[in-house]
Design a protein around this ligand. Structure first.
Ligand code: SAM
Ligand code: SF4
Length: 519
């Protein structure tokens, strides 16, 4: 079946599914669905966003910029500020792609921009505070330049409280749109340009998949590739299942085709993205195909490096381990967020695994991939975490030997179950725990770095180092940052570097063919 036929098939399948669903839906439900909520421009509804229905995922392959908006941005510039995770960074690439197709050019200079979008993160309170700070800073510019369009999008705009606050206190914002509304950007920009009211369009729906959105990728060496969207895990502390909708996987052919295009454009590395990539394929009803199968198919593609993030331990199955153990372009680095080392806290977090089960998974991974680097995410100070429970996290970090970790103090998120819990752990104690944990992680990172002294590693050279333009920087297969002196022609290539000095978070070295020491 060729691409055209496959898309037609998908279209027919989704139309048949629509008809079937309508047949099985009561008239009240239909009225509720089409004349209320999901399909009307509206503000977010967190309760609705929590719900998961048994509806099929709709695939759309027909995105295009309406003709009257294709030149609307000519002679104008856009700036997108991105907060939060890789998913947001990639959404920014999509929005930049859409705006570029509307004729806009990108700029880094705030004062030059005709459209400023804040692509926000809701994961912790301080992420939100930063955005509100920025919203405030932009007010004088808007007063000076009334035609400037300022938009707030991303995860924060999926929260009712945020939208209310902007509506009440930040009238200089022109546009608020949600994570399910990105493809509507051309229409929203047009409405904001010609309307007088603040435009709010946030669908609290479970989510569709819009396939052919344009992308203006940030670099030419490494690329993000979404393999799935949303999350159904509902960890009790986390807002993501409400801001990103239900777990839904892209079709394997679409992912593989995207990676093939990236190879043709010269990209050397792809990172497969999802909130919980191990759940990939669980929503397919017509095929049995999971992340292991996808990785196995990508293993055969001529792309030198493939990474994936983020893994949830619960869905990390033996098939995936077996496929990853083949190596080749599947790299020896697994980011496996544990969150806590205490089974009691894990239960309260609704992580659905125990300390022992996590350690058993690590054992299996190490057996199959003895050289793999393991990194993780940890939350300290979950409500009522005891000193003993925190100590269990410390001992788990040692036992696994994590080489890096993203560590966070628990931040209550409105609308999540944990936020309703009383918490008897003083903030000062949480800070001290975070400090102790970071000390341990730093020590383990430095130790792991020492083992590279004198070794020759393969580095994908990404560009000049941030601190010194004479030094090149890139990452090893196991995700270690390496700085070394070398010719600029090495940028975009995978080169061999001998490690001459190790630090806590990076390595220094000399390129093997071109022995120039880094000072
Ligand atoms: N889906 C991934 C998983 O479950 O491992 C993580 C995605 S989340 C965007 C990234 C990290 O943010 C989580 O692993 C968790 O450590 C942290 N996080 C999420 N909610 C948090 C909260 N309310 N307070 C502090 N950290 C939080
Ligand atoms: Fe949040 Fe848990 Fe989903 Fe990760 S798996 S995004 S922590 S709910």
């Amino acid at each position: 079946m060729n691409e055209q036929q496959r898309k037609q098939q998908a279209q027919i399948r989704s139309e048949e599914a629509n008809i079937e669903r309508i047949k099985n839906t009561s008239s009240e439900e239909l009225i509720a669905k089409y004349f209320h909520a999901d399909y009307e421009p509206q503000s977010p509804d967190i309760k609705k966003a929590r719900k998961r229905r048994k509806e099929d995922i709709q695939f759309h392959y027909d995105f295009s910029i309406p003709e009257d908006m294709q030149r609307i941005g000519e002679g104008k510039k856009f700036l997108i500020r991105t907060y939060g995770c890789q998913m947001n960074e990639h959404d920014t690439e999509v929005m930049a792609g859409i705006l570029s197709e509307m004729g806009y050019e990108s700029t880094n200079v705030t004062e030059e921009a005709d459209i400023i979008l804040l692509n926000t993160c809701a994961i912790r309170e301080n992420a939100e505070n930063k955005v509100f700070g920025e919203i405030g800073h932009l007010k004088p510019l808007k007063l000076e330049k009334p035609d400037l369009i300022i938009g707030v999008c991303g995860c924060m705009s999926q929260e009712e409280s945020v939208v209310d606050r902007i509506l009440k206190k930040h009238q200089h914002i022109d546009l608020i749109f949600g994570t399910h509304n990105i493809h509507r950007l051309p229409h929203l920009v047009k409405e904001a340009m010609f309307g007088k009211e603040m435009i709010v369009e946030v669908w609290s729906k479970e989510g569709d998949i819009i396939e052919n959105l344009p992308k203006a990728r940030k670099g030419k060496i490494k690329a993000w590739v979404n393999i799935m969207y949303g999350c159904d895990k509902f960890c009790t502390y986390c807002i993501v299942p409400m801001t990103r909708g239900k777990e839904r996987s892209r079709r394997p052919q679409d992912i593989i085709q995207e990676i093939r295009h990236l190879v043709a454009q010269g990209y050397k590395e792809v990172t497969l993205l999802g909130q919980n990539v191990n759940a990939y394929g669980k929503d397919f009803e017509d095929i049995e195909y999971g992340l292991g199968d996808l990785m196995n198919d990508i293993h055969k593609i001529d792309i030198p490096r493939v990474r994936f993030t983020t893994s949830h331990p619960r869905d990390f199955d033996d098939r995936l381990i077996e496929v990853l153990a083949q190596g080749g372009n599947l790299l020896d680095h697994i980011h496996l967020p544990v969150q806590s080392g205490s089974s009691e806290i894990l239960k309260k977090m609704n992580r659905k695994y125990t300390r022992e089960e996590y350690l058993e998974l690590v054992r299996k991974i190490r057996e199959a991939m003895p050289h793999a680097t393991l990194t993780t995410d940890i939350i300290v100070g979950f409500p009522n975490e005891t000193e003993e429970q925190f100590e269990e996290t410390m001992t788990l970090v040692e036992e696994v030997g994590f080489e890096a970790a993203y560590t966070f103090i628990y931040s209550p998120r409105e609308g999540t179950p944990a936020a309703r819990k009383k918490d008897d752990v003083p903030e000062e104690v949480k800070k001290q725990r975070l400090y102790r944990l970071n000390e341990l992680v730093n020590k383990q990172s430095a130790e792991s770095m020492k083992s590279y002294q004198g070794e020759i590693v393969k580095v994908l050279v990404e560009g000049e180092s941030k601190k010194d333009p004479d030094v090149l920087a890139g990452y090893t297969e196991r995700n270690k940052l390496v700085n070394f002196k070398g010719p600029k022609t090495a940028i975009g290539q995978i080169v061999e570097v001998e490690i001459t000095e190790t630090k806590t978070w990076s390595l220094n070295g000399v390129m093997v063919e071109n022995r120039v020491e880094v000072k």
